[in-house]
Structures are given as C-alpha cells and as structure tokens.
Design a binder for this molecule. Structure first.
Ligand code: F6P
Length: 360
C-alpha cells in the first residue's frame, strides 16, 4: 500500500450544516497521523486554479465545529464537464486539468465532501485514476447507502421549530398554515418535520396528492373542534396527474430549481375548504445555522472514517452511516441513484395511524 503524505479536501454542491465539522475532523485526524492536508476552495476549482488552495493545520479548524457553511467555499454548477476551463495558464479540458493539477500538487488522495452531484463528479475522477474517498452531505437525505447524511437532522430541527411557531398563529386565527420545505425529489425533510411538528397533512413527492382528499381530512378536523390545521409540503411534491412547481426550468448543465408548490396548495385548500390559508417557504434557512449535536457527531465520525479509509488505501468509496457503525460503500453502488422515502416506511405508517393525510 502506498504511503500517504498529503491529501486534499474539498466541499462541493449546496452547503449543509456540518461541512465544517467534517473538514475539522479530516484535518485533525490526518494531522495526528502525520498527513498534511491541503484545503481546496470552491469544490474542484481548488484543483484548477493554483491560488485556490491552502494548507490546513489544526489551528485553522479550531472553533469551526459549530459553524454552518464551509470555510472552503462551495459551488453548485451542475455539470462542470460541459465547459472548457479558462485559466491564466490557458484553456483546458476540465477533467484533464483536475487530474494534471492533482499530480502537480503532489497529492496522494482526495476527500470529497458533497451530495449526489459531487459524488458523480468524484466518480469520474476516480475512473481517471484519482484516488479518493467521498463523504455524503445533503439536507435532503437522499443519498443511497447511508441511513443519514449530516445536515438532514439540522434541517428537520429547524423546520420543526418553524412549524411549532406556526401552530400558535394558526390556532389563534383558525387558519390553515402551509409550510413548504426543501428536499428535491425526496420527502424526507417534509415527513420527519411533519411528524415532529404534528402536521395534519404531509405532501411528499413519493405520494402524488389529490387536494380534495387532503381538504376533506382538514374539514373533518373542524367538525371535532380543531379549527386550524398545519400542512407540510415538500418542494418536490406534485398533484396526481400534475407536475412539480418550478422557480426556474433546467438549462444546459443545470438542474431545474423547485419551488412554489406551497403557494399552489394554499390557494387550492382555501378554495376547497372555504377557510383562510397562509403559506410560508422555509427555503435556504434550512441550510443555515449551527449543526445539531447529532449532525456534529455524524460529521466528525464521517471525517475520521474518511481519513482511515485513505490510510488503508480503500479508495473509490463513500463513508456511510449503517447504525450503529460508520462503514464504506463503493461509489459505483451509490452514484446516479436517489434514496426516496419507501412507501412502506414505518414513519409513513405511523403518521397515517395518527390521522395524518398524505392526500391519497
Ligand atoms: O440539495 C439541497 C437543496 O437545498 C435542495 O433541497 C434544494 O432544492 C436545492 O438544494 C436548492 O439549491 P440552490 O441552493 O442551488 O438554490
């Protein structure tokens, strides 16, 4: 097994609370093992532009455990292979430049922290011969092979707090309050925040909804005296026979931006129930703030495990949470797949048993 002297670490895609906790764990555990760490800024840009990288030592990561965001910066550019790279040194093919710079920077391996997009890009670089280990990150919790991604618990905690606050104003005005949460094509945040916040309806992409059925359940609440309701709508939810609401359509190299279903559901429920409705979009607030203790521990374990895998030469892998253990998954088993909420999920069954409607 080749001796590891120097590794690069980068964060890619949308940020999630806990990125700094992983960076800290990578730097501290690598440093304690005599391995130098180079921080690569703005995802793989750190391997393209020489000025976008810097050595990281324990002093640089002291105190960042609790900080949201990422000290390395991140970019979410969709498909970076689509465009040539223009640098002061000339114009390059993206993949060739990254592989060349990896060698020029005398790196022995990379730790790539990111979501589905970063995992897919990393997989391409693995195939091009770059030894790397990935760490799964996303508030959406939609990466296969791991029970949790760090960031998810923090996003759910924030959304739950928001729902708690909406409860009191909903009850005071006897309104239906609609909360739109993130999650792309997976309903994990909506489901968990909905159950934790005591929502009466939860609309998720995995279960196309019929608004009349949802409205009927909310009207029943009025009959037994609950004059208000809370509805959690995943940004990727859509009506039966309909489609997702978009803020921006997909364009070359970029996926579409979801958003707006909460407002549509709000209008439809007002029509169907005759009650006053209001909708709130939690948006990027779900990605900010300090990670929860759960996410800090998970992120720290992920970072330490990534360095362990690098030391053992177990490349082309992603660290994963398989409770109670942190394990390694092969990238090829993970890339290009999405972990959606299983319809037979115990959490869905529990919510249904509690009288929550999914609009079906
Ligand atoms: O994947 C994380 C996520 O926050 C999704 O839940 C959301 O749809 C998307 O990123 C938003 O992306 P952006 O930050 O590019 O608007």
């Amino acid at each position: 097994m080749a001796q590891i002297h120097r590794i690069g670490v980068l964060t890619g895609g949308g940020d999630a609370p806990g990125l700094n906790a992983v960076i800290r764990a990578v730097v501290k555990t690598a440093s304690n093992a005599g391995i130098q760490v180079i921080g690569l800024e703005d995802s793989f840009d750190g391997l393209i532009y020489p000025e976008k990288s810097r050595p990281l030592v324990p002093r640089d990561v002291t105190g960042i455990l609790r900080l949201g965001g990422t000290i390395l910066g991140t970019v979410n550019r969709g498909n970076p292979f689509a465009q040539p790279i223009v640098t002061p040194e000339g114009t390059f093919n993206y993949a060739e430049r990254v592989v060349e710079m990896f060698g020029r920077m005398k790196l022995d391996a990379l730790v790539c922290i990111g979501g589905d997009g970063t995992l897919a890009i990393s997989y391409e670089f693995h195939k091009a011969g770059v030894p790397l280990v990935c760490v799964p990150k996303t508030i959406d919790n939609d990466i296969v092979g791991t029970t949790n991604c760090f960031g998810f618990d923090t996003a759910v905690a924030f959304a739950t707090d928001a729902i708690d606050r909406l409860h009191t104003t909903a009850e005071a005005h006897r309104r239906i309050m609609i909360v739109e949460v993130m999650g792309r094509d997976a309903g994990w945040i909506a489901l968990y925040a909905g159950v934790a916040g005591g929502a009466d309806a939860i609309l998720i992409p995995e279960i196309p909804f019929d608004i009349s059925l949802a409205a009927q359940r909310l009207r029943e609440r009025d009959k037994w005296g609950a004059k208000f309701s809370i509805v959690v709508v995943a940004e990727g939810a859509f009506p039966k026979g309909g489609s997702q609401a978009l803020v921006e359509a997909a364009r070359k190299g970029h996926v579409e931006r979801l958003g707006g279903m909460g407002a549509l559901v709000s209008e439809a429920l007002a029509r169907e129930t005759g009650k006053e409705t209001r909708s709130v979009v939690l948006g990027h607030l779900q990605r900010g703030g300090a990670p929860t203790s759960f996410d800090r521990v998970l992120a720290t374990r992920f970072g330490a495990k990534a360095v362990e895998l690098v030391k053992r030469g177990e490349f082309d892998t992603m660290v994963a949470f398989a409770p109670p253990d942190i394990v390694a998954r092969k990238l090829e088993d993970v890339v290009g797949k999405t972990k959606t909420v299983p319809l037979d999920s115990d959490v869905i069954q529990t919510a249904r048993a509690m009288g929550v409607t999914f609009g079906d």
